[in-house]
Structure formats: C-alpha cells, structure tokens
Ligand binder design. Structure first.
Ligand SMILES: [Zn+2]
Length: 200
C-alpha cells in the first residue's frame, strides 16, 4: 500500500501543479510576444519549448471567459501578449537580462510562471490594436497605469482605463508599473508551475 502511495505522490501530475487551460477563440486574439524575435529580449524564447498558446489557471480562465459578452458589446477584442510562462523560459530570460527591474528572478518566479498573470491589450473588431500610452515591455514612467496623458494622448489613456476597468470587473489587478499586466489577487502565494504537458 505504502509503495503505491509513494508512487502516486511522486507522479508528475502532482509535482507539476494544476492543469492549465488554454484560452482561445473569439473575442480573444493570441499574439505571444516571446514567440517572436522582435521583443525586448531580441529572442524567440518560446519556440524551443513548443509553447504556442495562451494557458492560464482554471480560475483565471473562468474570469477571462466571463469578459466575452462585454467585449462583444463594445466591439472589441482582447489581445494576449503573454500568459503562462514555463520556469525554464524564465531562466532563459534571466540569463539574457539578469535585471529584476525588467525580468523576475527565476528563484522567486514571476506570476506568469504560476499561470496567474496575463499581459493584454485591446483591439477593434478587425483585430487592429488600439492606441495605448506605450508599446508592450516599455519600461518608461508612461507604462504606469497612473500616467496622466497629455491633451493629444487622451485616446491612449481612455483605452488603457477601459482595459483596467474591464479586468477589474472580474477581480483582476493591474501591475503598478505595467498597464498591460493583470493578475489574480495574492497571485504570489500560488505555486510556481515549472512545466506542463502543453508547454514542454
Ligand atoms: Zn506580465
């Protein structure tokens, strides 16, 4: 009996954390920015791990799915730039940019490694990205959700504020320095998921 219990406890399913769920279909657009080379790392860090989709924890998947009617009513799409990120990718990113201001130390783990964070923006019905105060992974003060837009940037701040309110409506919190990053409350208390069958 004990041997079966030990085998059960050491099975990969238990050590690899909860099953992540893939987010896909209208009105969601998946454009993973680390699956291409024109990001701030100047490297496609997802290709080698076979990660091509947007995976999140089940409770986050439920919250995001609940946004579909509001997005459709407002003739908008939610664009995903990053979702679950395997720990090995975090280690590869840290090797390229070992600077905690830009990349989370893999020893601590990013909430993306927990399947509890997403990087998103909005697009119109045709899939054209709306205007925002900065592009993705811009590390200037303009990336702060509190940045006050100048007179000729009003549209950018309106879109950002709509996004923040939209995600707050399902209980997701915006990151204090990145208008595009949202996460589950107390996400840092959730376990890091090193890898899973959808991203090896
Ligand atoms: Zn993020």
């Amino acid at each position: 009996m004990l041997i079966y219990l030990l085998l059960f406890l050491s099975s990969p399913g238990l050590t690899q954390g909860p099953n992540l769920v893939e987010l896909q279909g209208e009105p969601f657009v998946i454009e993973l920015q680390y699956l291409r080379a024109d990001n701030f790392l100047k490297k496609n860090v997802y290709g080698a791990f076979g990660l091509k989709g947007c995976y999140v924890r089940p409770e986050l998947h439920k919250k995001l799915s609940a946004l579909a009617p509001t997005l459709k009513q407002n003739k908008k799409k939610l664009v995903f730039w990053d979702c679950y990120r395997p720990l090995k990718v975090q280690e590869a990113m840290w090797k390229l940019v070992p600077e905690p201001r830009y990349v989370a130390d893999p020893k601590i783990g990013s909430n993306h490694n927990r399947g509890a964070a997403i990087d998103v923006a909005l697009a119109d019905e045709q899939g054209k990205l709306l205007k925002f105060p900065t592009p993705f992974d811009d590390f200037s003060p303009k990336a702060s959700p509190q940045y006050v837009c100048s007179e000729n940037e009003k549209e950018q701040c309106q879109n950002r504020d709509f996004l923040i309110q939209l995600l707050a409506s399902v209980g997701l919190e915006v990151f204090p320095t990145e208008w595009w990053h949202y996460q589950l409350p107390k996400a840092e208390k959730l376990p890091v998921i090193p890898t899973f069958e959808g991203a090896k």
